[in-house]
Design a protein around this ligand. Structure first.
Ligand code: ADP
Ligand code: ADP
Length: 232
């Protein structure tokens, strides 16, 4: 079965009397191990789509099933437990906690999951810092390292609970080209190691290295192209 299934999903943001429709009748399957780039112009619903996949937001209509759970059947508390166990999220502006060093930032999601001993959490955090090339920065605060290093730390944090799915919203949007390439290489490596990746990006080079590109225009799927097949 697909790791992500959207069935006839609509989303409108309601503010008082005003309803602003953002997504229209999106149906979509994403298989385990895929690397999907969501592309398209600004303000067309890409982030909204991503927020539905992570349960950060709920659809107005339709069903969203991710990592075996029908998200509409979960209450907020169940959703946050589900998210912690199944999804790693990477943001454009990193969103590391400024008062914690990089090591502590990576330990935090494991504290919430409460599945490992303190020692195991520290060990895994050190392993992940090494994986993203930040062993020497473990004790630094986010403000003391570069943007690219902050983003690599944020990716390590997303991996803390070993999620099947990694979701990223413009993860290189705030990085220079060279740093963006390094961050992207890291995502590609994670995908080769079996992680499912869904990423919103404006970076065409990055989108090209995904195995599937889904364009969202005006809240609808404009195209959905896989490397080995083309469906206009
Ligand atoms: P994209 O990611 O393609 O730039 P978004 O999904 O962020 O697009 O936004 C699509 C539309 O939905 C925009 O018009 C945006 O202003 C609106 N929107 C997004 N989030 C909210 C929200 N929480 N409340 C109201 N409107 C929103
Ligand atoms: P993006 O670069 O992803 O399009 P935006 O700057 O459009 O990001 O939106 C950033 C955040 O603000 C998102 O969480 C989005 O849901 C929210 N947002 C965007 N537009 C609106 C809006 N009109 N009203 C309320 N929240 C919004």
């Amino acid at each position: 079965p697909p790791i992500i299934k959207l069935k006839n999903v609509y989303k409108a943001y309601v503010n008082g009397q005003l309803s602003q429709p953002v997504l229209f009748d999106i149906s979509l399957d994403i298989g385990a191990g895929e690397f999907v780039a969501i592309v398209g112009p600004s303000g067309n619903g890409k982030s909204t789509l991503l927020n539905l996949l992570t349960g950060i937001d709920r659809p107005s209509q339709g069903e969203v099933t991710v990592c075996g759970s029908s998200l509409h059947q979960l209450n907020e508390e169940q959703l946050s437990l589900w998210r912690g166990a199944n999804v790693g999220i990477v943001f454009q502006f990193f969103q590391l906690l400024p008062s914690l060093n990089l090591l502590q930032n990576i330990i935090l999601p494991m504290d919430f999951a409460a599945k490992k001993s303190r020692r195991q959490r520290v060990e895994r955090a050190r392993y992940l810092l090494d994986l993203v090339g930040l062993s020497d920065q473990a004790q630094q605060l986010p403000s003391q390292v570069s943007g690219g290093q902050q983003q690599r730390a944020a990716i390590a944090r997303a991996l803390a609970n070993d999620p099947q799915l990694i979701v990223a919203d413009e993860p290189t949007g705030n990085l220079d080209a060279e740093t963006a390439d390094a961050v992207f290489a890291l995502f590609s490596r994670l995908n080769r190691q079996g992680k499912t990746l869904v990423m919103v990006t404006h970076n065409e080079g990055l989108a090209e290295s995904a195995s599937r590109r889904i364009a969202i225009h005006s809240g609808r799927i404009h195209y959905d192209r896989q490397d080995d097949q083309e469906t206009p």
